[in-house]
Design a protein around this ligand. Structure first.
Ligand SMILES: Nc1ncnc2c1ncn2[C@@H]1O[C@H](COP(=O)(O)OP(=O)(O)OP(=O)(O)O)[C@@H](O)[C@H]1O
Length: 358
């Protein structure tokens, strides 16, 4: 097992008595992309700035390839940490050509080879003599990536690097960037508040809230086994049913759900994503028969239906308590408001969480 490229342990940062990074630990392996994902203000950028060395932690340690770069005693300056940076406002030097921008951090005589190789990798060889103002936003982004990678940083820190680009371009640039980073074997820590970006880019997601990492895992795992209701809600709309546990089960209008290990009397939220509801037709006041996979059907009336492009979103007002449930179905399904339909819930896609204050 190789040593982690980056290892941060128990990082804490207080600003004027307020704790904005609260005991954050994580490791990034060579060639791995980890996304620090969380809402605005949760402490992502501060964590990144501490690793870069432009901010000093209140406590905690940072190791690069097993070597201490910052603890209570040692603190290497940013330029000695072998860390590349890419931020949203990646400002290229306007008076230097593309080639000179990429060569900026290089001293060796091999600089020319490296500049050519990187420009080829980012598909910008033809622009080597252009100036930044002659390039589009996406092209400038490619040059910024090449410039950051030129000195072969051991770690690349990226803070919302794609947020200045328009949607269509962003997807392409993300994929290209990922390919280049992987081919260079750089360890990447990328900050984003967009779950879609994290899912697309990350080998591992570290979900951050109120200065703490609340869950870490591969995108598939973190999406499919969220730790709590807020973690589930961060990735998509959710539906929430209320229940109370009795004998490790909770009763709902959709049948019983398992609540293993939850004490009797505990109030729980049963959380289900809209794409895991199934819709069935009304058969003269009756719904489909119960099944082990989908439990009992419950009747609702269409409140509204919207076409979303690849899917349709249908909102139902449920007969059992008047609450609204949302279902997403592939393609076009636009039933008229007022139409009675039946909903079932995919039990293997439900999460049962003890209810908290939120
Ligand atoms: N130099 C500073 N002095 C005082 N407070 C600060 C300083 N830098 C950041 N903060 C505060 O620390 C908290 C976390 O900020 P940070 O920029 O790390 O969050 P973030 O998760 O990156 O959010 P965003 O995505 O909006 O940048 C915020 O409440 C911010 O106001």
């Amino acid at each position: 097992m190789p040593a982690p490229r980056l290892e941060i342990s128990h990082i804490v940062k207080d600003f004027g008595g307020r704790r904005v990074v609260d005991d954050v630990s994580l490791t990034v392996m060579p060639g791995q992309v980890t996304c620090l994902l969380g809402p605005s203000g949760c402490g992502k950028s501060t964590t990144l700035r501490i690793i870069a060395g432009v901010e000093k932690q209140s406590s905690g340690t940072i190791l690069v390839d097993g070597k201490m770069v910052c603890d209570g005693d040692v603190s290497l300056p940013p330029e000695e940490r072998h860390i590349g940076l890419m931020f949203q406002d990646f400002a290229l030097f306007p008076h230097l050509t593309v080639g000179q921008n990429v060569a900026f951090g290089l001293q060796s005589r091999k600089a020319t080879d490296r500049v050519h190789a990187l420009l080829a990798k980012v598909g910008m060889s033809a622009h080597i003599n252009d100036y930044p103002h002659q390039l589009s936003g996406g092209e400038q982004q490619r040059i910024a990536l090449a410039r950051a990678l030129a000195p072969r940083p051991r770690i690349m820190l990226m803070d919302e690097p794609f947020s200045g680009l328009d949607d269509r371009l962003r997807d392409d640039i993300r994929d290209e960037t990922l390919e280049v980073l992987k081919s260079e074997g750089t360890a990447v820590l990328l900050v984003t508040h967009e779950p879609g970006e994290a899912m697309r880019m990350a080998d591992e997601i570290a979900l951050m809230r109120n200065g703490k990492i609340v869950q870490r895992g591969a995108p598939y795992n973190i999406y499919n086994t969220p730790k709590d209701k807020a973690a589930a809600a961060f990735f998509s709309d959710i539906n929430v049913l209320k229940g109370k546990v009795q004998g490790a089960l909770t009763d709902t209008p959709f049948g019983q759900f398992l609540a293993p290990g939850v004490p009797d009397g505990t109030e729980v939220d049963i959380v289900i994503r809209p794409q895991h509801l199934k819709i069935d037709f009304d058969r003269g006041g009756r719904g489909p028969n119960p099944t082990p996979e989908d439990g009992t059907a419950a009747r609702g009336v269409v409140e509204r239906a919207r076409f979303m492009g690849a899917s349709s979103l249908v909102e139902f007002r449920m007969d059992f308590d008047g609450s609204i449930l949302k279902a997403v179905v592939p393609s076009v399904f636009l039933p008229k408001p007022g139409m009675p339909l039946w909903l079932m819930i995919r039990r293997d896609r439900c999460f049962v969480f003890p209810r908290t204050g939120s």
